[in-house]
Design a protein around this ligand. Sequence first.
Ligand SMILES: Nc1ncnc2c1ncn2[C@@H]1O[C@H](COP(=O)(O)OP(=O)(O)OP(=O)(O)O)[C@@H](O)[C@H]1O
Length: 357
Amino acid sequence: MSLRIRAKLRLSSNFELNVNHTFPLSGVIALFGRSGCGKTSLLRLIAGLERVKEAEIRFRDQVWQYDGHFQPLHRRRIGLVFQEHSLLPHLSVRDNLLYGYRRTPSKLRRMHPNNVAAMLGIDALLDRRIDQLSGGQRQRVSLGRALMISPQLLLLDEPMAALDEQAKRDLMPFLSRIAAEFEIPIIMVSHSPSEIERLADWVVFMRDGRIEAVEPLKEALAKPDSPLFNDSGAAFILEGALGPTNSDGFRPFGPPEARLWVSSLDHSDESSSTRLTIQARDVSLSLIEPTQTSIQNHLPVTVERIDASTVHRAVVACRTNDDQLLLAEITSRAVHQLQLEPGQSVFALIKSGALLP
Ligand SMILES: Nc1ncnc2c1ncn2[C@@H]1O[C@H](COP(=O)(O)OP(=O)(O)OP(=O)(O)O)[C@@H](O)[C@H]1O
């Protein structure tokens, strides 16, 4: 599944969007880059809101634009959610949801208003008017409205920019579920590395109107010089299920052969699948199983690769027993003293402060 875009769009005397790329189309694809690099313009191009001669846009096996042929937005069946909500303020939440649903031919409908309202947690708000909602509630209704046309692609332009931290945390799981459960790919503009870490499967790095790279998130994170992490260095993601809180206030994370303990602050006790993003500099390595240390979290791992990161420091890429990538940033001196080499079995020690989900 892919999205092919070839287009040049001159927006001003000193800015041209120039793209010739084929994107993967699975999960959440984040567009990342400095302000003014062309992220919104790229979304508009995909949506058919910019009409460019000579462009080629193909979605899966459909031709959206090529050689004089041009499909408008509604024929592309794209759900759009921008920073500022575009709901109809005089209508109720229910009528806003039904607006798109009624305009979608029944044979194309895959989403039902009641299911979408339940998934987005807005079923108790259905009779309220839009101007009686909070910012976070409005964004959830905007998402719901975009979903009611049963889109084949969702385009989100900084959907969380106007929300406070709590509202962002509330909205993120819904976005993940839309991509995973309904298999609707999402292309999302974001300025926030932490949003990208939590949500994205792919990252599209843009600069000055061009796409510099398209990388799986885990690959993008693992690079010490990634633009996502100018200040904090390499990072990695562990995915696993969080279990219920124990009597010490910790929750088990991951399978028994790769078990960590995570502080349960602020989190519901339901078992859930979670991503932990961990900075490589918060991880150290030991040749023996650490028992007499205050660090609670350690895992047996196998060294895969050792890369120099900065002068005197190295990033050691390891594999956990449940086959996930783990990075430790340690000094070159330690690499030498421990005589680390690929294939070696060691223990990774992770600072507990690094393990807040
Ligand atoms: N309608 C327009 N007319 C002229 N210039 C435009 C127009 N729309 C955008 N631009 C310019 O095109 C460039 C790219 O804009 P765009 O909004 O796509 O960037 P962006 O990466 O989404 O930025 P931000 O992160 O600040 O939202 C900018 O230099 C902008 O000033």
